[in-house]
Design a protein. Structure first.
Length: 70
């Protein structure tokens, strides 16, 4: 593989503001998402989802559906 995967694991450089859930708007504690939150890359941008939203939409997430579908 020629792709550099370590670069994709970095946090979004544009994220100077605290992270919030893309579905319900709940702010991440401390401004950064905890390990229990879900991170989804859709159309080149990162979306973070809190525990509650991730649990409520687990089947759609595992089915790899974009968040616009759920």
């Amino acid at each position: 593989m020629d792709r550099k995967t370590h670069e994709s694991a970095r946090l979004d450089p544009k994220a100077d503001r605290p992270v919030a859930c893309a579905r319900c708007g709940a702010p991440a504690p401390g401004g950064t998402p905890p390990p229990t939150w879900i991170c989804s890359v859709e159309n080149g941008s990162r979306h973070y989802f809190c525990d509650d939203c991730a649990r409520a939409n687990l089947r759609a997430i595992e089915g790899r559906l974009d968040s616009s579908w759920w």
